[in-house]
Design a protein around this ligand. Structure first.
Ligand code: CUA
Length: 183
């Protein structure tokens, strides 16, 4: 019999199951159930997953919110581009935007305090990669990502863009400064 001919037993699913086949089906079933359970378990107890929310927005609406925060909480500027360093109060909403080719503004947070960090793109796809923490988020225009963060180490964190976004991609850097706080 060749494969172009129909099988002799057309009602193949009524054939008795071979022991080996049954064993493999059982193994596959058990393993898929283990993985199914591990997804939520690891999301809650694992250390590598970031729980984020996402909302629809527009570049103009997001820019307005970011600008309002910058106007209210800028404490100084940094770098020769005079990028504002913004220090919002603990517990507040913090806005960071990605655009060709920078992360703006520079954000200063206090260690041990919790913030809601919003991130959106003003133009096209960027990748938010926080180093050395190795936190990665894909940032798309029209979507506002929100992550609840509590910095547990002080020091400067560097944001790099890890989605290729054009000629200035390699210069698309940003900063999150974490201070000891205690004020
Ligand atoms: Cu932004 Cu690469």
């Amino acid at each position: 019999m060749t494969s172009i001919q129909p099988p002799s037993e057309t009602i193949w699913w009524k054939q008795p199951l071979d022991r080996v086949e049954g064993t493999w089906i059982a193994i596959a079933l058990v393993w898929s159930l283990i993985m199914f359970v591990m997804m939520p378990v690891w999301h809650i107890y694992g250390k590598q997953n970031l729980s984020n929310e996402a909302y629809r927005t527009t570049p103009a609406a997001y820019m307005a919110k970011t600008q309002a925060m910058v106007d209210q909480y800028t404490v100084r500027t940094m770098t020769d581009q005079q990028i504002p360093v913004v220090k919002p109060p603990p517990g507040s909403d913090v806005y960071l935007l990605g655009r060709l080719w920078q992360w703006w503004p520079i954000i200063e947070l206090e260690k041990g305090q919790t913030y809601r960090l919003h991130i959106a793109s003003m133009d096209w796809q960027h990748g938010f990669s926080l180093q050395p923490q190795n936190i990665n988020l894909q940032i798309l225009p029209g979507y506002e990502m929100v992550v609840t963060i509590t910095p547990d180490t002080s020091g400067d964190q560097t944001i790099i863009c890890n989605e290729y976004c054009g000629i200035g991609h390699h210069n698309m850097l940003g900063k999150i400064l974490v201070t000891e706080g205690g004020s």
